[in-house]
Structures are given as C-alpha cells and as structure tokens.
Design a protein around this ligand. Sequence first.
Ligand SMILES: *Cc1c(COP(=O)(O)O)cnc(C)c1O
Length: 360
Amino acid sequence: MIPVTKPFLPPQEEYNKHLQGIWKRNWLTNMGPLASELEMKLKEHLHVNHILFVTNGTVALQMAIKALDLKGEIITTPFSFVATTSSIVWEGCKPVFVDIDKDSLNIDASKIEKAITAKTSAILATHVYGNPCDVEVIEKIAKKHRIKVIYDGAHAFGVQVNGKSIFDYGDISICSLHATKLYHSVEGGLIITKDAPLLRKLAYMRNFGFNGPEAFAELGINGKNSEFHAAMGLVNLDYIQEIHKNRKKITERYDEKLRGYKAIKQLWHGNSEQNYAYYPIVVESEELLHKCIESLKLNEIFVRRYFYPSLSSILPYLESVEMPITEDIAKRVMCLPLFHDLTMEEIDLICRLLLRIQNN
Ligand SMILES: *Cc1c(COP(=O)(O)O)cnc(C)c1O
C-alpha cells in the first residue's frame, strides 16, 4: 500500500532521551524548557524574530484573528484547507472569497481590491502547497486600504521569498506542525509576527490571558502545547535537512518520469524555492482524474483530492458563491504520494500507471 502521505518518525531512542528529561523534571506542559528550546531553535532555523509554539495551526489562525481584533469581512481564498475559512467564521467574521490565479493556485491578488468594502478588515491568504502568495502586491493593497494581512503558511515551513522567510510577511503568519505536514511535532502550530507588542499580546492569549498567577492581561484561550510535542519537534528538526533533500529527490524523479504527461503543474513564485511539501498535478478533466484515482486504488496507491471541493460551495454554514477558476482547478487536482521513505520504484510505478491511463 502506498498512502498519499506518511508522517516522518525519527529514531525512537532520540525521542526517548527527551522523555527521560521530562520524567526527571516532571514538567509536562505549560511552556516548559523543551517548548522554549523549540521556539528558540525555530527562530534560528527560520530566520524570524518572534515565534510562538501553540496547540495547532487552526488555533493559531483563530488567535491571529482575535489578536488583530478583526471584525466584519475578511477576504480569503476558497482554495485551501477548511480551517482557513472556518477560523474566520469561528471568530465571528464573514469570509469574502476571491478567486485564485490558475497558475500559482493562490488568491488572485489582482482581484482583491474589487472585493474590498467599508466592512473589510483583513486579507487572510494561504500560501498554497507552500507557494508564496503575491506578497508585495497584497502588502500594497493592505497599506492603501488600512487593513491587516494574515498568511496561512500551514504548508510553507522553510520557504524563503525575496531572500527572507515567507513568515516575515503580513501582520501575522501561521504554520501547522501537524503530523501530515512537511515538518511536524505530532500536533502543533506556530504564530510568527515581527510586531513585538502583538507577540506579547498573543503570548498572554495563549495562556488564558494570565499575567502572573492572579492577574489577567487579555482575553485568552488554552493555546499552549506540551513538552511531549515539543520533544518531537526538536528531534525532527535535526532531520529537516535530510527530509528536505529526500523530498527534493522524490520531486525530481516525478518531474522526470512525468515529463511527457499532460498535466499542469503549479507555477512557483519566481523569487522563491520549493520546500517540496506536496506534489500536486492538475489533469485535463475530472473524468480523467476519476480514472487515475480508480486505477491507482486498484494498485493500492492512494492520492488525495487536495483541495476539493472549493470552500466557496461546500460549507453548510456559508452561502455558495461562484468561483469559476477555483471550481475548475479543484475538480482536476490531485496530490501524488510524497513522504520521506517513498522509493524510486514506487514513484516509477505511480508514473507508469498515470501514463498508461492517459494514453488509453
Ligand atoms: C493543515 C492546515 C491547517 C490546519 O492546521 P492544524 O495544525 O491541522 O490545525 C490550516 N490551513 C491549511 C492550509 C492546512 O493545510
């Protein structure tokens, strides 16, 4: 069986070493030494000034919206994981969808201004599959209209754009460290901002708003993460170069074997390098996509229609709106298996099957 993804697991002894320390200290959660160490190491690794390690990427999004005190309408993309949209609704705001660009698969920045109204308070855009949004254009629009920018960088761990971390853009960026992501701490999320007072506010929010044992600075939530999760994050960080190298090799093998294959690949930002988080392809028709999925399934190979369907037409708590480009892409896109120990033989088999279906 070849799944679409498989979490990376480091050698167990290395994780166990951290467990010994946890047992000795008897400090299990609440910003313990491992969580602090992880934040410090991630700051260094990602070249960012401020980082908070939190429960998960979804809570990170919710905290970001809350901390920026967003109200009214938030402009967002319908081509993302459901948490991007649901966080907006959860925080009592209204998502306003703007269609995507058919090449980058990110929100089409040239269509954002038309969607701005007097009620717009922010733009929440996803770096889809890790591909940087049109960050400079979005920044200009946000400045002009005095609105905030949040980036859902759940897929964008380690991505640099214009020579700096992708997480440096926007008022706040978030990342997910969920087990299925490129780099993970089993469950976990990151909040990144350049704004020190804003980070302080978020740090209070993460811990129920506590400011000392008997005082409160903010409205808060339980956004903390545990020492056990931090330990996994720390051990996995030692392997990040190896993970990256391997995923690059896998991606290049797919590229090579699918050279003659009629599918569209995402157009990556010109000033950025891939992090190899996903291998998405957009095939010619939905019918062909179904054939591919069925045929691969017969061979116990599982792909994922990531993201299908468009968030603009599937959520029971939102009215459907037409987003022609997103709907078209969502019907034809799939992510091929991509994980640390996927073998070259397995890739070759997947590609052979895909080519056979197309040529039939
Ligand atoms: C995974 C993901 C999230 C949610 O992250 P969790 O850590 O699972 O809560 C949010 N947005 C996108 C685009 C994602 O892929």
